[in-house]
Design a protein. Structure first.
Length: 530
């Protein structure tokens, strides 16, 4: 039996659900197919430790999406109609060092500078001035994040027209480490900023990460990081409700194995079960560039070859989730008159040890020092755990391919590696003994790949966020406009597309492209959704 819709969407990640929501809100018949029994891709929340404890398996901080009109203007009513609610902590991040010192990144730049001034007055003044400078150019980048990117050459030519633009070209080609060490003197501030920039899954000494550092820093003081009530997956659930409200369907446990192409046009999909579904207008697919040819026949061989050369991120990560009796107490934060931070970074103060962590990752070794990213969301959102209890999210950079045994070895060592992380973590806390731990769940880089086909090689960003895979070159120049050349009606959406991995609602840009191809004004088309 063959069923027909206007559009079929392959994958129920937050990106594809965003695109599907815009299409459904405009009145198109939409069917979403998801391989897993749950939705959300990397934006999902599940009970994996003990009953009542809700854990964000991958993403937990919703920063960039706060600038997306999807959230900023509530374009589809996710907040006003479909139950999405955010909490906004005042302190986005705290870097805690093994000597007991700390740096607090507040939403308020002046308070952040005050925290830095306790270590270096000069660095505090430099920081304040640098953020002020970034804030002037940030709107230019923000405006281009949620729509198809300009061709890379056009963008560079535009920058060449002014002194500020030419300076930015230099920044883009430098590493975050280059920029930070040129500007700051204290090791705490250097490590704090470099570690934060490396959350883009590229080591801070990788050339081309300079702009990532500047954009991240600018965003943290322009938009408060959002914490979705109920878990990161609440965003995906609100999007699914939006799709269904407008007549669309979201089906889980339905693996798409082929996009059907007839006469150079995408006309439907085939499921693993053998069922076929037809699409009158087109297909939106979250298919990784490396396997695009397995899902779609007839694509120009040059495009396929180029797609297969896209590079993965510099490293992967593993995540451990704990159900706790009480929230962790950090030694370095005791006695500081401040609310709890959303994210806590644990960082070695020794400069060589800090730099060698990224060398370890490059050579397939578990880093020598415990330096995880941690979050206790229940301090802001008690709905995520039974009354009085807490969750802990402990995330650590790790290589995907281990030097000793490759990726498959993760199944043998992930629990012992999690034990090592916990022992190192205990040195920074006062109450993380066995009596505080109810249960634990561990995901390795190999588990990430099993969780989602877009996280190949354990890469949560789909592909690396390098300069050669930036804006109009992401994932490749030929595919950067979300449409697959030569296959009418086939569009791409996912973390491997602009604006990249993370929670940003990037599927909106795919929708913008589709409405443009349909010669429809998107704002008018979705007006009935408001």
């Amino acid at each position: 039996m063959t069923t027909q819709y206007d559009y079929i969407v392959v994958g129920a990640s937050h990106n594809t659900l965003t695109c599907a929501s815009y299409l459904a809100a405009a009145g198109f018949g939409v069917q979403v197919f998801e391989t897993n029994s749950w939705i959300g891709g990397g934006v999902t929340t599940r009970e994996v430790t003990a009953p009542g404890f809700r854990h964000d398996l991958h993403s937990t901080a919703h920063n960039f999406i706060q600038a997306n009109p999807l959230i900023k203007d509530d374009e589809l009513g996710l907040i006003s109609k479909f139950g999405l609610e955010y909490k906004y902590p005042d302190i986005t991040l705290a870097s805690l060092f093994d000597d007991g010192s700390s740096v607090l990144l507040w939403y308020d730049v002046a308070k952040t500078a005050e925290s830095i001034a306790k270590i270096s007055k000069k660095d505090a003044d430099t920081y304040f001035e640098h953020v002020r400078k970034i804030s002037k150019i940030l709107p230019m980048f923000t405006a281009g994040l949620f729509q198809p990117p300009a061709p890379f050459g056009t963008f560079m030519a535009m920058l060449e027209q002014s002194r500020e633009g030419r300076e930015l070209i230099g920044v883009m080609n430098k590493s975050a480490y280059d920029i930070v060490t040129e500007m700051f003197e204290s090791e705490q501030v250097i490590h704090h900023l470099c570690k934060y920039s490396s959350e883009a899954m590229c080591g801070p000494e990788e050339k081309g990460t300079g702009m990532v550092f500047n954009i991240l820093l600018g965003f943290m003081h322009a938009y408060k990081g959002g914490l979705p009530v109920g878990g990161s997956g609440s965003l995906s659930e609100a999007l699914a409700r939006c799709v269904r409200h407008h007549g669309g369907e979201v089906r889980t446990g339905a693996e798409v194995v082929k996009v059907l192409v007839e006469g150079g046009k995408a006309v439907g999909v085939r499921l693993q079960s053998g069922e076929e579904f037809r699409a009158k207008k087109g297909v939106v697919a979250s298919v990784h560039p490396h396997v695009l040819d397995k899902f779609v026949d007839g694509i120009d061989p040059y495009i396929i070859a180029e797609a297969k050369t896209t590079q993965f991120a510099g490293y992967s990560s593993m995540n451990t989730h704990y159900a706790l009796n009480e929230a962790p107490v950090y030694k370095a934060l005791q006695g500081i008159d401040a609310p709890p931070p959303f994210i806590v970074e644990l960082i070695p103060l020794d400069h060589q040890a800090f730099r060698r962590e990224y060398d370890d990752l490059r050579y397939g070794r578990v880093p020598a020092h415990v330096s995880p990213v941690c979050a206790t969301a229940t301090q802001f959102d008690p709905t995520r755990a039974p009354a009085g209890k807490h969750t802990l999210y402990m995330y650590h950079f790790m290589p995907y391919e281990l030097a000793d045994g490759g990726a498959k070895r993760w199944d043998d060592i992930k629990e012992s590696t999690a034990d090592w992380m916990l022992e190192g973590y205990r040195k920074y806390t006062t109450n993380m003994g066995p009596e505080n731990i109810i249960a634990r769940y561990v995901d390795s880089p190999l588990d990430y790949e099993r969780h989602s086909a877009t996280m190949r090689h354990g890469d949560i960003s789909g592909i690396g966020r390098y300069l050669h895979q930036f804006m109009g070159r992401r994932p490749t120049p030929e595919l950067s406009q979300y449409a697959v050349p030569g296959i009418e009606g086939l569009y791409l959406s996912g973390p491997f597309m602009h604006p990249g991995g993370g929670v940003n609602g990037g599927g909106r840009a795919t929708a913008v492209k589709m409405f443009k191809d349909l010669k429809l004004d998107m704002d008018k088309a979705i007006s009935r959704a408001r």
